[in-house]
Design a protein around this ligand. Structure first.
Ligand code: GDP
Ligand code: ZN
Length: 459
């Protein structure tokens, strides 16, 4: 294990939490805690035990806080170092005082992400798991949480390891074939082998990237805009979605900008009801900002719910809206089916160009389930429950996977072009390296520093 100094930080969100934790990690963790703690002798207590006591300022003998102290000795800890967690009841002033005391007694204030960085450097977790910790902190919905938990579990790492294994074995096999040719057509056979192995790895990476798309949706929510002419029922739709699926207001603790966003959870799919640039309720968006600008604004949404009125004929304004959104993620909603039909459905289907068309009577609360089904199908091909999938949810991973695909493509076309085997092997080895970067096998130090600095303090 690597030898580090002892670090300390407040590892719960700053603010009015009921409990705050000051976390120490490093060889001095227990002795520092012991010197400010009045209770049992922490040097001799069993590992992974928790103790009640008081924190006393050693300089003034003043009582600071009643606390619960957990002692966890290396190596079975998050950082693989000795870890002490001092739990106290909130109160910013006393938590800060407690942290200061640990610093006075020789601990160093941890940099953002430093606990997780140590876990990584001490071999406790690999890089994709470290990043999962970060995602976990930020996860907004249960599903997104599952993705992060799975990644933390090492599922992605295992898959990546297997793909790398396939590649390196292929390279090795090729070496053997070339060095010890058993048959005359060894050249052709080797290329066949190379082609089929790279193809299967290629397909697996493609599958991962497809899941990455879903992972992104899960983490960030589907930004959704409800549009339509005045009075068709946009606000009613918004209310129905919010009531039916209780809006989730998420506070993301511990991040520098504590974002508050409004989410609606539709069958596990987080809809982010977009409230920027006024695209949430766009009755006269076109009039206000013009066609081109509207197109731009709407493009930023992942999903457009275009509401029409069953009780009225289509107007030019409706047709104009169709024109704005026809190439986007679109669900058409025909509302007010409790009233007389005036709408020409044939024209609606034609304008919808294969996008789902749902009928509702929001006033009678009818049809909302069909809408929800359509939303789930649009984004997950109805497969959202298939939770054995190990999603990739990290921009850096996605970037590397795309590069890996690129170098596999190079390898494949080199094979088709009858290039020398050496050159093909370079591409395959490059793919192996790129995949290695995902799990931190071939990453440079600077990248590691940069990654961990994105964590919030105390993690
Ligand atoms: P918006 O202007 O598009 O936001 O439309 P609203 O949601 O404010 O609805 C306009 C009016 O239509 C309100 O009086 C609603 O009560 C009514 N409305 C909404 N949905 C229905 C429906 O399904 N059937 C009927 N008959 N009225 C509806
Ligand atoms: Zn409205």
């Amino acid at each position: 294990m690597l030898d580090f100094d002892t670090i300390a930080a407040i590892s719960t969100p700053l603010g009015e939490g009921a409990i705050a934790i000051v976390r120490l990690s490093g060889t001095e963790a227990v002795s520092i805690a012991n010197r400010l703690y009045d209770g049992r002798d922490l040097d001799v207590v069993d590992s992974h035990t928790m103790h009640y006591g008081r924190v006393i300022d050693p300089n003034t003998e003043e009582m600071i806080e009643e606390v619960m102290v957990s002692v966890m000795r290396a190596p079975k800890t998050f950082t693989r170092e000795d870890v002490v967690e001092i739990n106290c009841h909130g109160g910013l002033a006393s938590v800060n005082r407690l942290l200061e005391l640990t610093l006075e007694l020789g601990a160093r204030l941890a940099e953002p992400g430093e606990f997780t960085k140590r876990a990584f450097l001490n071999g406790r977790i690999d890089l994709s798991q470290a990043e999962a910790v970060m995602d976990l902190i930020r996860a907004k919905t249960d599903k997104a949480m599952n993705v992060a938990v799975k990644q933390l579990d090492g599922k992605l790492s295992k898959l990546i390891e297997r793909l790398r294994q396939d590649l390196i074995e292929t390279v090795a096999q090729v070496e053997v074939n070339i060095d010890y040719p058993e048959y005359d057509d060894v050249e052709d056979m080797t290329k066949e082998l190379m082609l089929s192995r790279t193809k299967s790895v290629y397909q697996e990476i493609e599958r991962l990237l497809e899941m990455a798309k879903q992972g992104k949706i899960l983490r960030e929510g589907i930004s959704t805009a409800i549009i339509g002419r005045p009075n068709v029922g946009k606000s009613s739709l918004m209310n129905a979605l919010v009531q039916e699926n209780k809006a989730i207001v998420t506070e993301i603790p511990g991040t520098t900008r504590d974002v508050i966003e409004e989410y609606v959870n539709v069958r596990g799919v987080p809809l982010r009801l977009v409230d920027t640039a006024g695209i949430r309720d766009t009755e006269d968006i076109v009039e206000k900002i013009g066609v081109e600008r509207s197109r731009q604004v709407l493009k930023e949404a992942d999903l457009i719910l275009l509401v029409l009125n069953h009780n009225e004929r289509l107007t030019d304004q409706d047709r104009q809206l169709f024109d704005l959104v026809s190439d986007l993620g679109l669900i058409v909603l025909i509302n007010k089916t409790d009233l007389d039909q005036q709408l020409d459905y044939d024209e609606v289907y034609q304008l919808s160009q294969g996008h789902p068309v749902i009928t509702t009577s929001l006033i009678e609360e009818a049809g909302i389930d069909h809408l929800e089904e359509a939303i789930a199908n649009t984004f997950f091909d109805g497969q959202i429950e298939a939770d054995d999938l190990s999603y990739v949810s990290n921009v850096r991973h996605i970037q590397l996977l795309k590069q890996a695909l690129g170098s596999l493509e190079d390898a494949t076309s080199a094979i088709h072009d009858d290039m020398p085997m050496d050159l093909i092997q370079i591409d395959v080895t490059r793919t192996w390296e790129l995949l290695g970067e995902i799990i931190g096998d071939t990453v440079e130090d600077s990248l590691i520093d940069q990654l961990f600095s994105q964590f919030c303090l105390g993690k």
